[in-house]
Design a protein around this ligand. Structure first.
Ligand code: KG4
Ligand code: ZN
Length: 356
């Protein structure tokens, strides 16, 4: 089964073809990140305007790649790549369904993808699958490790993005619950805010972790957030304040040491809670997902701390926002919906477990 995925929840405009939930055949994306570097963070209005500029070219690109590989005639592909109204063209390739992120995210950005997907599903007469963005972050592991991901249950997923930090218990594809979450800032948000304190440009996470490579992670002892093991929640705003206070009191401190010590504390907190939850719920394997999953220290520390428990880390390409993970999630969650009634929901959540 081939699913065309569309993701526009934040500052990436992305489309991908995924086969059977594990093979990403074609993908293409555009990002408005450069625009947000100038303002030091994402301005929702700017992000949604960029989404509407890039959605058609991104789709033309990915449909063109697929058509070319599947032997369509050159003049048909040229027509497709020049058309501003894709819905007038029948897809030149085999698509069994269209999947789209409906939330959580920025409403203006989400609407661009959702309305485009609805129009294409209606015009092409294809089933439409609405997908929760956080569910998508789980399925980067399937695109990376393939069908072996279907062997071990229950699983625990640590999802770390710019707006969310969550632990998801998966008893099966369809029985999954949120068992831990952040009480304030998300891990990625803390990386971005501390990066700004250190005068690093947006997006701060990757830049802070690069700077940390040359610092001493034990130079400064920041307080470990929420060390208790009787719940699986996170909190990063106190840590961010501790870094702010430290930089004010020590204006000449080595920035690389601050970055390394902060990163070490965030990673220790994430790993500590994941390990506790994995033991509590008897997880047979752990999955990592979301933009902060690109962080090398987190990838290494989580894998080594959990051993011998298997830890499935996605390829870098499937950590930050992308349409391939949305299409992969849709394969395992074929909740077909009427294209005329699907709605974007900026505060969509995965279900909570009743006892958490
Ligand atoms: O999942 P994602 O692409 O977007 C959201 O759904 O929010 O995550 C973006 C977040 C940003 O906060 C970014 O700074 C962070 O992921 N990030 C990182 C790294 N790469 C991206 N944080 C720490 N280390 C990294 N290497
Ligand atoms: Zn994301």
């Amino acid at each position: 089964m081939t699913i065309l995925g569309i993701e526009t929840s934040f500052d990436e405009t992305s489309a991908a073809f995924v086969r059977d939930g594990i093979n990403c055949d074609y993908q293409f994306f555009s990002t408005s990140m450069d625009k947000h570097s100038k303002t030091g963070g994402v301005v929702p209005e700017v992000a949604s305007r960029e989404q509407s500029i890039y959605i058609i070219p991104v789709l033309q690109n990915v449909l063109g790649q697929a058509a070319r590989h599947q032997g369509s005639k050159t003049d048909e592909i040229t027509k497709l790549s020049q058309s501003n109204n894709l819905s007038h063209h029948k897809p030149l390739t085999n698509i069994d369904a269209i999947a789209v992120t409906i939330g959580p995210g920025l409403i203006g950005s989400l609407l661009v993808g959702v309305e485009t997907a609805k129009s294409l599903a209606y015009a092409w007469n294809k089933p439409l699958i609405p997908v929760n963005h956080m569910l998508g972050h789980i399925y980067g592991a399937w695109l990376t490790h393939g069908n072996q991901m279907n062997d071990l249950w229950p699983k625990l997923a640590l999802l770390v993005s710019g707006a969310h930090t969550e632990l998801i218990l998966m008893e099966s594809h369809h029985r999954l619950y949120k068992v831990g979450w952040t009480l304030d800032d998300a891990a990625g948000e803390a990386f971005d805010k501390v990066a700004r304190l250190l005068d690093l440009p947006y997006p701060g996470g990757p830049r802070l972790s690069k700077l940390a490579e040359s610092g001493n992670p034990h130079a400064i002892k920041f307080p470990l957030p929420m060390p208790q093991k009787d719940n699986f929640n996170f909190s990063f705003s106190g840590l961010k304040t501790a870094v702010l206070n430290y930089t004010r009191q020590n204006p000449n401190a080595n920035k690389a040491d601050i970055a390394a010590s902060f990163q070490h504390t965030v990673v220790t907190s994430l790993v500590h809670k994941t390990l506790a939850a994995a033991q509590h719920f008897n997880a047979q394997e752990v999955i990592l997902g979301g933009g902060v999953a690109a962080n090398r220290l987190l990838r290494q520390t989580l894998t080594s701390s959990l051993a011998p428990l298997p830890c499935k880390i996605p390829d870098f390409a499937y950590t930050t926002d992308n349409a391939a993970v949305i299409a992969a999630a849709a394969f395992y969650h074929q909740n077909f919906a009427d294209p005329l009634t699907v709605q974007a929901d900026p505060s969509l959540e995965l279900p909570h477990r009743a006892d958490t």
